[in-house]
Design a protein around this ligand. Structure first.
Ligand SMILES: Nc1ncnc2c1ncn2[C@@H]1O[C@H](COP(=O)(O)OP(=O)(O)OP(=O)(O)O)[C@@H](O)[C@H]1O
Length: 630
């Protein structure tokens, strides 16, 4: 190897931070470094196999892909070597000196300094290659990209503190070799044949690629021959009964690049017209990039055990983007491209089948393991709520999986299913009532709930951003229509007696003149004014049109620069409220107008809307308080 052009580069600040943290937090779990390096090596082999499908020359005559692990006690080194795709100089710089990951900033913000918590966060974030520094004081990575000449070899070296060196040199073998110079105190423990073999089988048994170590003679001296240490079979191709829970879990960690355990999985072989195997996992924790629209790392697609690609959008709809795992098809051509996948009938059917399996698994979990389902919901519920809009065919099933907060529990945790709600509906109720707001408190304390609370009618309290969108796409469930209690007429159907209706009419007739007066005073600020049916203790509230967007959402969209032309609100008044009764007796027209404005403005505020003239509101309020004080 002839070396040339050696340069020193500095790590991104984040890398430095991450390294320090990682060494500190993950030390108690240090052996995972080997799993991470083997995972990367196996991914690199997968990539080569895929690229070689269209360019056989990339194999350079050697298509037997392996990962070798060896150690040298005298030198104090441990080496992981693969003959996969390798990296060019640019790739090394791009992949190894930076954290090209979304959610990085958020990740650092969430660190707490508490070792156990941080270790979990770091695990979720994924440490990959850097985990080498948990046990090594110096790391040398030597690599050559498949298909490039030997002179394009690259060597990356670092002691993990601030900088690394990079040089171009001649490297004959294709692939990547990582030599860890272990810290003095790690050598005794890790430079041990038996110990390394047991780590490999513990974490990487299921990697579908031979992981080899040198054969040793009776004295423990390494020879020239290699032997495969792991099972090296594609786990998903084995029959379910032969796979233990631990194996499923270990495989999850490998495919999902996750330190944590999966919450649930479903493993299926489909035979018949279409032949494929799927192994789908639901993680226990949401990844950092769950909200990133471009995030990949969904399911891995294999064709007859050959890795084809990491694919997020074709095999799972976006609302199930948290699903991890493998789909292996026997019906796709090996040279399948993204373009072909886009309108492949086979993919469409696999996707439909996998979605069904997954939703079925979630239903099952909800029924048999409600505590786990609650965990799932807390992590991924907001994503699942995108479902009804995206997946028309499974709308009812998804709706059955939704969980909400409601006036039944009056707590923020979303535990109420639509089935629960319907089961509790009193006789005569034929609608599912809900309210959307921008926070749980705003929903819970909304004046729109007053009458319903009094009558003991449950209302779903929705406060996630996505809820307005969800409800725009969900009209009914189990034959029952949804109705927002803050929009349109509140129709209580048979829950209301004839007497109550009559009494309401009488109140309306009595307040006619007052309603007219207020309407006049407010002019074009409102669509109309009417007597409320839903208030018991508040003086007034705003009601939107059946199809209008909630005020807080209108506000949000306005802030984001959208032109909003929402219709004007309807002001509903409660003639039984002392303040409204007092207003009725006000003879001074100017005062009457000011009070009416106050009534409208406070109702807008209670609804999460913003006032057009906040200073005017404050001035009016102050005047009123002064008047009361004098
Ligand atoms: N043995 C290897 N051969 C080829 N490329 C590699 C190898 N090891 C790492 N890389 C490249 O470096 C990148 C970064 O690796 P790293 O392990 O830090 O993160 P990752 O594997 O992308 O994600 P994760 O954190 O989920 O493990 C990889 O995506 C890959 O492109």
């Amino acid at each position: 190897m002839n070396s040339s052009t050696k340069e020193t580069l500095t790590f991104e600040t984040e890398v430095n931070q991450l390294l320090k943290l990682m060494i500190h937090s993950l030390y108690s779990n240090k052996e995972i470094f080997l799993r991470e390096l083997i995972s990367n090596a196996s991914d690199a082999c997968d990539k080569l196999r895929f690229e070689a499908l269209t360019d056989d020359a990339l194999y350079e005559g050697d298509d037997c892909l392996v990962v070798d692990v060896e150690f040298d006690r005298e030198a104090g080194t441990l080496t992981v070597r693969d003959n996969g795709i390798g990296m060019s100089r640019e790739e090394v710089i791009g992949n190894i000196g930076t954290i090209a990951k979304s959610g990085t900033r958020e990740f650092f913000e969430r660190l707490t300094g508490d070792q156990a918590k941080d270790a979990r966060l770091i695990g979720q974030f994924g440490v990959g290659f850097y985990s080498a520094f948990i046990v090594a004081e110096h790391v040398v990575l030597t690599t050559r990209r498949a298909g490039m000449g030997a002179e394009h070899g690259v060597r990356w070296e670092s002691d993990g503190s601030g900088s690394y060196t990079l040089e171009t040199l001649e490297v004959a073998p294709r692939g990547t070799e990582i030599v860890l110079h272990l810290r003095e105190d790690e050598r005794e423990d890790l430079l041990n044949d038996w110990r390394l073999r047991s780590i490999v089988t513990k974490y990487s048994d299921h990697v579908p690629l031979p992981i080899r170590m040198r054969k040793r003679d009776d004295d423990g001296k390494p020879g020239e021959e290699w032997e495969t240490v792991n099972k090296a079979s594609a786990l998903w191709q084995r029959s379910k009964s032969e796979i233990s829970e631990d194996e499923y879990k270990a495989f999850y960690k490998h495919v999902a690049h996750d330190f944590g355990e999966p919450l649930a999985w479903t493993h299926n072989r489909v035979e018949g017209r279409l032949e494929y195997t799927s192994l789908l996992y639901v993680p226990a924790k949401a990844p950092f990039d769950l909200w990133d629209r471009d995030h990949t790392h969904g399911l891995k697609l294999y064709v007859q055990r050959v890795f084809i690609m990491d694919d997020a959008e074709h095999l799972m709809p976006r609302y199930l983007r948290f699903v991890r795992g493998v789909v292996d098809s026997a019906d796709l051509p090996l040279n399948v491209s993204r373009e072909i996948l886009q309108d492949s009938r086979v993919i469409e059917q696999i996707r439909a089948g996998s979605v069904k399996k997954l939703l079925g698994m979630l239903e099952d979990m909800a029924e048999k393991r409600p505590e786990d389902y609650q965990k799932f919901w807390n992590e991924f519920g907001r994503v699942l709520k995108e479902g009804p809009a995206e997946d028309f065919a499974n709308r009812e099933t998804i709706a059955g999986l939704l969980r909400f907060a409601s006036t039944h529990t009056d707590t923020e945790t979303q535990t109420v299913s639509l089935h629960d709600y319907i089961a509790r509906m009193p006789e005569g109720q034929d609608k599912i009532y809900y309210i959307t707001a921008d926070s749980f408190m705003a929903a819970k304390n909304s004046p729109h709930l007053e009458l319903l609370r009094k009558k003991g009618i449950e209302v779903l309290l929705m406060y996630d951003r996505v809820d307005e969108w969800l409800m725009g796409n969900l009209n009914e469930f189990d034959g029952k229509q949804f109705q927002s209690v803050a929009k349109g007429d509140l129709d209580l159907g048979a829950v209301e007696s004839e007497e109550e209706r009559k009494a309401q009419e009488a109140v309306e007739n009595e307040a006619k003149a007052l309603v007219e007066r207020i309407k006049e005073a407010l002019g074009d600020k409102v669509e109309s004014v009417r007597v409320s049916h839903r208030l018991t203790s508040s003086p007034a509230c705003i009601v939107l049109g059946e199809h209008d967007m909630a005020l807080y959402m209108q506000q949000l969209l306005k802030q984001a620069g959208h032109e909003m032309q929402g219709s004007k609100p309807v002001l509903e008044i409660n003639p039984g409220h002392p303040m409204v009764a007092r207003l009725d007796t006000e003879s001074d027209e100017t005062r009457f107008k000011e009070w009416s404005m106050l009534l409208l403005d406070q109702a807008v505020l209670a609804e999460g809307g913003q006032l057009e003239d906040p200073a005017g509101f404050v001035a009016r309020l102050n005047q009123l308080m002064l008047a009361l004080a004098s």
